[in-house]
Design a protein. Structure first.
Length: 653
């Protein structure tokens, strides 16, 4: 419909905002991509369009002239009419408007010249259920896509398990003319896990949904899919607010240079990271975005239909459902670096997630960090975890018990759980965490002596295979090279500043590993010469390369004397391998062809951001991270006025 009247001249608005951003130093003179809102008044009410240097890019559809639709039970989607926006601080604010017993406010903030943050605030005067949608019609030509790739038919992507189509990163976009425009949603964990995105090329529409009004449907994980625990929830498509409650839904619109889909994915990361302020580098952006998009509200009930403790959890990937391992929860919380989410995800840990692999040890280390930050520690669970690991200790070595209910009585003893270990064996990776857990126990005031700690450290060192020049996967499997054998020592140094192994052991293992590594990283488990074990495929636990293991090995080598420049070069090389196909850190990558395997945007890798920061701090390294800067150069990302942006000469690693 032809606009009835311009509320404000778009050219004048563009000029005013451009001058303001220039004066603030937030954009350089080389910027060619601007995206700004223009408010129009039409016969159907106030309408918002989005233009780039006068060119129409997005328009709000007729059924949502300001960009918001609402759905109430028993009713179809309905437009929300906003009028007479105000401009506090130069931003657009619409409302409040009443929609039944709901009060809505709509705010548009220009975060950068090419990034607009839109937030709908909904307050309920009585208990209410509703769903919200944020549709946009695309006015430019190009290829429609979700984060995973191009889309040619109408597709809705959900972010919770059980849907036909899943995306971890809820972003939809259109790429053309060497640019991308996109629409991204905030974390599903902040939207009660009801976060969906729509790509509809036939009608040229992108949309984000905070719920879709579906009737309840069961989401359930139970044995034997999980060895022991049941997670169940009658999921539906509705937001629910009690009387007096308020919830906010934030989305971001962005525009960026983009020569290919990879660049569009990078641009999506940069948009969210610039809005959130975790943008020292693209590396930080990808890692912390991973934490953000794996955050979930802890809504699942147990087998007795009882809620579990903890407001939030961090999942490992949508395919894993509601579960939070202690290991993954720990690293992902550290990556997000949000005190509330860290506290609540820690509270969500319960015993039967702890008594196998290295989870009890992680829990004790996590408890130390919680206590240092002034948080409450679950003393009963801490003591139970400590008693458990000491009960399964022999002469300082941790001997993990079998996991009840697991397919193999000798399996599920380490994070990389496919190998079977005898019941009297000690996997080396677990021992590194065991030493750190005893240090944690001491700091927590538990009954552990310095002699106990020293015995565990000596036991760890005794596992080293001097003849082969590496840390083996376990005490009894001495000829199998393990690249998950040092990351417990890396974590221990980051948290406690104590070396567990000798310089000679770490550097010898490092030199041996570099000599036999594949072109695509270190194999988590391999024969002594680096070749695959019989029957292994080179992915996942079967000889795949797991980024956090590789990175921790390099970080630890730096702690033990490897020149920092060499550490930085190795990390840069390994990160480039990791993100070669997708700008994301994966569950593993194939050591045969380098392709990602398993979940993309995988949880525990996000902890590398924190691990790297803490070890640099302990080593006295200051200033910008050279690794992050090197990755930015490889990706063609520049830092300008405090924000990250792709240059016109973008390129994949």
């Amino acid at each position: 419909m032809k606009p009835h009247r311009l509320r404000r001249c778009p050219d004048a608005l563009n000029i005013v905002l451009w001058i303001a951003w220039m004066c603030l130093g937030i954009e350089s003179r080389t910027q060619s991509t601007t995206l700004m809102p223009v408010v129009l008044e039409t016969p159907s009410g106030t309408r918002v369009e989005y233009r780039s240097e006068g060119r129409l890019v997005f328009r709000s559809p007729e059924e949502a002239p300001a960009g918001v639709q609402l759905k109430l039970p028993g009713r179809d989607w309905t437009m929300v009419r906003f009028q007479n926006p105000s401009r506090p601080d130069g931003n657009l604010e619409f409302g409040p408007v009443s929609f039944g017993d709901l009060t809505l406010r709509w705010r548009l903030v220009q975060r950068t010249p090419s990034l607009i943050e839109r937030t709908l605030e909904v307050r309920a005067s009585t208990a209410q259920r509703f769903a919200a949608a944020f549709p946009l019609d695309v006015a430019v030509q190009g290829q429609f896509a979700s984060f995973s790739g191009a889309q040619t038919v109408r597709t809705v992507f959900d972010t919770v398990r059980g849907a036909p189509k899943l995306e971890t990163f809820p972003v939809v976009m259109v790429r053309g003319e060497n640019q991308v425009i996109g629409l991204a949603a905030d974390s599903p964990g902040l939207w009660e896990n009801r976060c969906l995105v729509l790509v509809d090329p036939p009608i040229r529409r992108l949309s984000v949904f905070a719920g879709d009004g579906r009737d309840p449907y069961p989401l359930i994980i139970k044995p034997p899919e999980d060895a022991r625990d049941t997670y169940q929830y009658p999921m539906d498509g509705w937001q629910a607010l009690g009387a007096g409650e308020t919830r906010r839904f934030t989305t971001w619109m962005f525009m960026s240079p983009a020569r290919n889909h990879y660049d569009a994915q990078v641009a999506s990361h940069l948009a969210v990271a610039n809005a959130k302020g975790w943008n020292s580098s693209t590396l930080e952006a990808i890692l912390r975005n991973t934490s953000l998009y794996l955050l979930r509200r802890n809504l699942a009930l147990d087998a007795n239909q009882q809620p579990r403790d903890g407001r939030y959890i961090f999942i490992s990937g949508p395919g894993y459902g509601w579960k939070q391992w202690v290991t993954d929860g720990f690293y992902t919380a550290m990556g997000l670096d949000d005190p509330e989410k860290t506290i609540e995800s820690n509270r969500a840990v319960f015993w039967t997630r702890m008594d196998y692999e290295d989870n009890a040890q992680y829990y004790l280390i996590w408890a130390v960090l919680m206590k240092r930050a002034g948080g409450d520690v679950n003393d009963a669970l801490v003591r139970k975890a400590y008693g458990f690991i000491r009960h399964h200790e022999t002469n300082g070595l941790y001997v993990p018990p079998p996991l009840p209910g697991s397919p193999s009585a000798k399996g599920w003893k380490t994070y990389h759980d496919v190998l079977e270990y005898d019941h009297d064996d000690s996997p080396t990776s677990n021992q590194g965490f065991h030493c750190g857990a005893l240090l944690a126990a001491k700091e927590l005031g538990l009954d552990v002596s310095d002699l106990d700690i020293e015995k565990s450290i000596q036991g760890y060192r005794a596992l080293f295979n001097r003849e082969r020049g590496f840390m083996p996967t376990s005490r009894k499997k001495r000829d199998i090279l393990g690249q998950d054998t040092l990351y417990g020592a890396t974590l221990t140094y980051a948290v406690f500043g104590q070396k567990l192994l000798t310089d000679e052991q770490v550097l010898t293992h490092h030199r041996t590993s570099e000599r036999v590594k594949t072109p695509f990283g270190l194999r988590v488990i391999s024969q002594a010469d680096g070749s695959l074990l019989p029957g292994h495929s080179g992915v996942y636990c079967y000889g795949g390369s797991w980024f956090l293991n590789d990175a921790a090995n390099y970080l630890l080598a730096g702690v033990h004397g490897l020149p920092i420049a060499e550490v930085d070069a190795l990390l840069t090389e390994r990160i480039a391998r990791e993100i070669a196909q997708v700008p994301a850190f994966n569950e593993s990558i194939s050591t045969v062809d380098g392709h990602p395997h398993g979940h993309i945007l995988y949880s525990w890798n996000s902890g590398f951001w924190w691990l790297r920061r803490e070890i640099r701090r302990r080593l006295g390294e200051v200033g910008d991270d050279p690794v992050g800067q090197a990755i930015d150069r490889k990706l063609g990302v520049n830092r300008e006025g405090g924000n990250l942006r792709l240059s016109g000469n973008v390129r994949s690693p």
